[in-house]
Ligand binder design. Structure first.
Ligand code: NDP
Length: 290
């Protein structure tokens, strides 16, 4: 039985994810580096803003930080309760998940790498997908806590497997983003109505998550709302490229996409959404996707 749950890292994802936990569990602790956000969360959702040492006394401890390195920084400061399960929802590095799992196992704590997809809207609606790596028994015990925030929760393998699936997913999304930018720039150059073209493509075999959501809701309307930062996508594509290199595979499309996303990130304004990567193509062609 899970009595207490903690959430560490109340960013774009964590703030919304942790909001669901008080509906299912009596004691929900939240901690954020900027403590004002934790206090705000407590007053908005009935969680308890606590210090880090208290947060890690929960039965289940979630973390959702930008990188695995940030999670390591937290792990070095705390002694979680023996028998607890640490569920890291960061889109992290597979090899680091293995060292984090070994490090926590020495303290009698289980570690699951459990990155999520579904964006901030999925976090808000508790419809996230969790892709989980780690011990099967710990996964079963932790399932109700993940079910409070997600609608599809899969154990995909041992430690690191969840992070690997997430990195490849985001790399595939980046490939689709670059393909859509190239395709729609070409259509605009030929005088095609982009909104009508989008309607056709979304009813045809060229559609993707990018054409179904990012193009209409972020790019063609020129809104580019910041919900998933471009540097975070660049981090994920980097993890995917490392996975491919470690497996000694050749993946030319992925390699090229990684270079394009890094270039777009280098040119982007601070606090840019991932969808602004299309501006790289716009700067080359002098064509605006609208
Ligand atoms: P944000 O940048 O919005 O939030 C980051 C959070 O981490 C903040 O609470 C921040 O605290 C905290 N933080 C940053 N650095 C440190 C540190 N060194 N020590 C302690 N706390 C730190 O990120 P997101 O919520 O967008 O993303 C979090 C993770 O989820 C990333 O790995 C991302 O790739 C992944 N993800 C994001 C999605 C999205 O749509 N945004 C979708 C799916 C996955 P503070 O408030 O003090 O700055």
């Amino acid at each position: 039985m899970i009595q207490s749950v903690a959430f560490i890292g109340l960013g774009a994802m964590g703030y919304r994810m942790a909001a669901h936990l008080p509906k299912h569990f009596n004691d929900v602790y939240v901690w954020n580096r900027n403590s004002e956000k934790a206090k705000q969360h407590a007053s908005e959702f009935g969680t308890q803003a606590v210090d880090l040492q208290q947060a890690v006394q929960a039965d289940i401890i979630f973390s959702c930080l930008p990188t695995s390195q940030d999670v390591d920084g937290i792990l070095a400061q705390v002694s979680p309760k023996k028998g607890s399960i640490w569920i890291d929802c960061t889109s992290g590095v597979p090899d680091t998940a293995k060292t984090q799992a070994d490090y926590l196992a020495k303290q009698g704590v289980y570690f699951l790498d459990a990155p999520v997809s579904g964006q901030t809207i999925g976090a808000e609606n508790a419809t996230l997908t969790f892709m989980v790596g780690g011990d099967a028994a710990a996964f079963q015990r932790a399932l109700p806590a993940m079910q409070a925030m997600g609608s599809l929760i899969k154990l995909v393998g041992s430690s690191g497997a969840g992070f690997a699936v997430k990195a490849i997913n985001n790399m595939m999304m980046a490939v689709h983003l670059c393909a859509a930018a190239e395709g729609f720039t070409t259509l605009k150059a030929h005088g095609v109505d982009l909104n009508e073209a989008l309607a056709c493509i979304n009813a045809s075999s060229g559609k993707s998550g990018v054409t179904e959501t990012a193009l209409p809701q972020r790019i063609l309307n020129r809104e580019f709302p910041l919900t998933f930062a471009l540097p975070l996508l660049a981090k994920d594509t980097g993890i995917a490229v490392d996975l491919i290199r470690d497996a000694r595979l050749s993946a030319p499309v992925i390699g090229l996409t990684q270079s394009l996303i890094q270039a777009a990130n280098a040119l982007a304004e601070p606090n840019s959404d991932f969808s602004t990567a299309v501006k790289l193509y716009e700067s080359w062609s002098n064509i605006t996707l609208k």
